[in-house]
Design a protein around this ligand. Sequence first.
Ligand code: TRP
Length: 333
Amino acid sequence: MLNDKKVLYSGMQATGNLTLGNYLGALKNWVNLNEEYECFWGVMDMHSITVRQEPAEFRKRARNLLILYIAAGLDPVKNCLYFQSHVSAHAELSWILGCFTYMGELNRMTQFKDKAAKHSDNINAGLYTYPVLMAADILLYQADYVPVGKDQKQHLEITRDIAERINGIYGDVFTIPEPYFGKAGAKIMSLQDPSKKMSKSDENINGSIYLTDDPDTIVRKCKRAVTDSDSQVRYSEDKPGISNLLDIYTACSGKTIPEAEKEFEGKGYGEFKLAVAEEVIRVLKPMQEEFERLSRDKAYIDGIIKENDAKAAYFANKTLRKVRRKIGFTDIK
Ligand code: TRP
């Protein structure tokens, strides 16, 4: 990099609407990382087409995700926010890396097995080589760190294996990325089934609070949240619904769990659920307003896209040229 900052790389798929879980668990904690790291946040639209997308809706979602990054506080000048599909080096490096990845390795990927089971009518090669494209994303930027959740750990491990294999053959080609364990984000579970993570692909829309939900919807979803037959607002393993609501409440309000438990001592679940909804509404409001404002400013967003695509391409192409040279492709004249 131009400065001495270490590089941090991550991104989200442009599939489904972002949830409160994505915000509290990831986005919110990314906002200040650019002070310490050179940060790249991709809109992973190439990964999204491993499952069928409706073109008009997909286009809109991908753009909305980039706008949400900004609305959530990622500064588009200090961070590189860009679309994966706008930087062709991702596809090119992905092909090369695929030639250094064994089918046995890909066969072991638990996410492939899960997704293949879920989309049994469309088990395509892209779904299978998904981890190779992800390795290309990370290695193109010579990333030192990748903030990943548990579900992506295996993908980061295969990325490291591929990078080490290539470095072993050709010398120093790639930086070996490490998982980034920052301040842990809150892990938010489904409001309807607190044993499952809140997910943007959940079929039960009442299980998730979307970042674009209006206040009435948020109140309704919180009121309907699954709890237990007890009536104490207390954090406990045998009270997963209430514990999840406490996690949401404290993540939004900044209060601690004991403080929150004390606050709702002797009060019923109804009152607590309303207070949770109020906190969520309060936290989401400025982001929603900013999202609306930015969505109307087409010229500004288009400018941001152009600048950041170019910045991403500059770094990605630098790595791609190095890889081409190392593996012995003839020069492009
Ligand atoms: N697979 C990631 C997810 O679904 C998204 C992703 C694609 C990603 N490429 C990446 C995350 C590179 C980190 C780094 O969450």
